[in-house]
Write a protein that binds this ligand. Structure first.
Ligand SMILES: Cc1cc2nc3c(=O)[nH]c(=O)nc-3n(C[C@H](O)[C@H](O)[C@H](O)COP(=O)(O)OP(=O)(O)OC[C@H]3O[C@@H](n4cnc5c(N)ncnc54)[C@H](O)[C@@H]3O)c2cc1C
Length: 289
């Protein structure tokens, strides 16, 4: 469980971070809170020769509202920064709601939004609710900046479309008409357990009719996954228990779970059915929770 030797850089500018990542290429690893990187190094799953830290990038800690843009969350905001954000409590409490369900206090104090996205495990808890809320991410690299939909970042388990020199700087939740959103997960312990399956829902409801819905599933596919057939089925329909149950069945049909030591594929599929219905009902009845 000892750490292997490595060189450590902690630059003061994002330009330097990207330059170092580009210079060292596959020999380097970006580190933010380190709750994934250090654990993997100790377990000999990762042995970078160089660690490039973004811990000095205080500008990436912000959580603010920018008129015309939306809620901007810096990539170095920790899970507990989300939990205690007054702005998020007012605008999208479903985001702190998801962060509260993650890990233990120590991990929530160190782990960051950018790290949770870029670690790209299928069971990560923040991507589903952020995708359900239509998040985009801003990215900087040696060749400049770009913006892309969060759901397009993930390419498979532990892989993203980011180039080795690219850093996520912020996540943007656009202004929108959603009336409710929530993320619920099932873990093998009441606290501090990874999701066996999770479902985030975001809905726009007018006069008892679902005008729009996003349903995003975690831990039941190689990447966080939108249940697009269930979303399309819900649109324009009057809310009934039968409708939400049917949406759950459709989502269960379209997910792609595997069996592993935490649950069988069949069990996960059943969870998706039940949790889709439950999360939609919660988002409809309770708003952004
Ligand atoms: C005990 C324990 C419990 C946990 N429980 C949960 C849980 O319940 N739910 C959950 O979802 N996760 C959980 N995790 C995983 C982990 O804490 C989170 O994924 C965390 O958000 C990672 O953030 P970090 O800043 O520590 O990432 P790091 O370890 O610093 O980095 C993770 C990866 O992301 C890359 N990266 C980091 N920031 C950026 C950026 N801004 N731009 C580009 N690449 C970047 C790194 O290069 C690395 O590949 C747990 C971990 C531990 C150790």
């Amino acid at each position: 469980m000892y750490l292997p030797d490595f060189e450590y850089y902690s630059p003061d500018s994002l330009a330097e971070v990207c330059q170092l990542l580009s210079q060292f290429g596959s020999r380097a690893k970006l580190i933010s809170g380190g709750t994934d990187v250090i654990v993997k190094m100790k377990n000999e799953l990762l042995a970078p020769e160089v660690l490039v830290s973004i811990k000095n990038m205080d500008q990436l800690k912000k959580i603010e509202y920018v008129p015309g843009k939306g809620v901007v969350i810096g990539a170095r905001a920790t899970h507990n920064d989300l939990v205690y954000s007054e702005l998020l409590a007012e605008k999208f409490p479903s985001i702190p709601g998801a962060a509260k369900q993650m890990a233990q206090n120590q991990v929530r104090n160190a782990g960051t939004v950018g790290g949770n996205i870029c670690n790209a495990v299928p069971s990560a808890d923040l991507p589903p609710i952020l995708i359900a809320l239509g998040a985009t991410v801003n990215v900087i690299g040696v060749n400049g900046e770009r913006s892309l939909a969060l759901e397009d970042v993930f390419t498979g388990p532990n892989t993203t479309c980011l180039a080795p020199d690219e850093v996520i700087t912020e996540v943007v939740i656009p202004d929108q008409k959603t009336t409710g959103s929530t993320y619920i997960k099932f873990g093998l312990r009441a606290a501090g357990a990874l999701a066996v399956a999770g479902v985030a829902s975001a809905v726009c409801v007018e006069n008892g009719v679902i005008k729009d819905a996003r349903v995003v599933l975690s831990a039941v596919a190689p990447t966080p996954m939108r249940a697009k057939k269930a979303e399309a089925f819900l649109k324009g329909k009057k809310i009934t228990d039968e409708l939400l149950a049917e949406a759950g069945s459709i989502a269960a049909e379209e997910c792609k779970p595997i069996s592993d030591y935490r649950a069988s594929a069949e069990y996960r599929r059943n969870l998706v059915g039940v949790f889709t219905k439950r999360s939609l009902r919660k988002a409809i009845n309770e708003g952004h929770v």
